[in-house]
Write a protein of this length. Structure first.
Length: 57
């Protein structure tokens, strides 16, 4: 809304915030390391296509 800025501070140009960039961050510090384990077999070791053919073939 216009007129809601404090009167004791002059308006600040928006580009002032982007004149100085922060220090760069190493790429190795941005990627989290996470241990992974193998995904369990969703079919439990069975062949659903083979079982379907035995029942309906």
């Amino acid at each position: 809304m216009p007129g809601t800025e404090p009167r004791d501070r002059p308006p600040v140009e928006p580009a002032v915030d982007f004149r100085h960039l922060p220090e760069p961050i190493a790429l190795a510090d941005t990627v989290p390391g996470q241990d992974v384990s193998p995904v369990p077999d969703p079919d439990g070791g069975r062949d659903p296509n083979h079982e379907w053919m035995l029942r309906h073939g």
